[in-house]
Design a protein around this ligand. Sequence first.
Ligand code: ATP
Ligand code: MG
Length: 378
Amino acid sequence: MVRNPFKPGFGLIPPYLAGREECHREFKRVVENLREGSQPKSILMVGPRGCGKTSLLGACRRVIESAGVKNLRMKRFSSDLPLSQEDLAAALLKRAFRLRRPAEMKLGGERLGVTARWAPSMTASHLFEELIRDCRSAPLLIMVDEGSQESAESFSALFNLSQKINDETGNIVLVLAGTPGTLDLIKASGATFYDRAEKFNIGLLSDDASCEAIEKPLAEVGLSIDADVLEEVVGDSQGFPYFLQVWGEKLVDEARETSAKKIARSHLAQASPRVATAKNGIYESRCEDWADDDLRVLAGVLAVTQEKRSSGVLTKSGLQEAIESVLEDCAREQSESAALAQQIIHTGFLWKPMDDHNLILGLPSFAGYITERAESKA
Ligand SMILES: Nc1ncnc2c1ncn2[C@@H]1O[C@H](COP(=O)(O)OP(=O)(O)OP(=O)(O)O)[C@@H](O)[C@H]1O
Ligand SMILES: [Mg+2]
């Protein structure tokens, strides 16, 4: 029986990472630059939930592992950045020690090496000195995922520390990923990181990339897919990577049942209800982020902004106005509009790709879902 290459799941690297070539290439350049001793630019990836930031970071990690870059150290934080520069320096030093030397000193349960001196009583300036010494000997790459879970304070510590190390050694690089809410935190940290970083919007996949996300893994296990069926699957997924993985998984399950080598319309029909269940699960869990009354406002905002969104001219102030008019219709306080606008942006319901003025839907089919939900409850 053929293996099922698809494994939908948040944070899981897909069997084929489609449509992210540019960012992947930039990451390879970063690694190359670090190896050659030329200072690379840091990377910032921003996109709504489920569009593939964690997967992309995972693929980047593989670049380092498969290239066998021995002297490059990497530390990955996932929403747990220390709040102060000192704590951050200590966390990075511990990591650096552990990777480089056999354990010879034990501290706080963690085994440490001894080339760089480190003691709990070390002052901030000692910590920086040691870390700088350490980075001179080998480059350090810091990855941060789930940036929106951080605080402006922790970003500020990260940016200031990396700037210091950079000035002294040129041997450090940051790769940051998060939902659109991350941008507010980065900007509030007052650092120039945003201006200096190489920026990538991790949004919905194009139709071509969506086709590849399905076809390539199928080909790997000796399966093909009818062109019409593929078109339908791509249309239904609307470029949302998670849904493509779900479709892939269910279609391969059906093909295996019938020992078919080509996925046909009959498989689509069988898989369809199972895909719908999985999609509804996602929509329902997203609805849980919202109070019922707010969901109705959201549906109203969608109706009011429909024209602007389809012509691609919905700005943040346009959103604010739309929210205010819907609140008025619902006899709710205008003062709630700022908090609602923030939630809309923070959940990635609507988001603004970097270097763009206009808001677009993070997951278009979810918008359709809540419109229907509001109508059925009206
Ligand atoms: N480029 C891609 N091509 C195909 N599938 C992808 C791609 N990127 C991500 N996926 C799949 O989509 C799903 C969601 O990806 P991932 O968890 O990386 O998203 P995310 O942006 O980190 O989400 P969150 O914001 O919730 O953390 C996973 O099943 C993953 O395998
Ligand atoms: Mg993620």
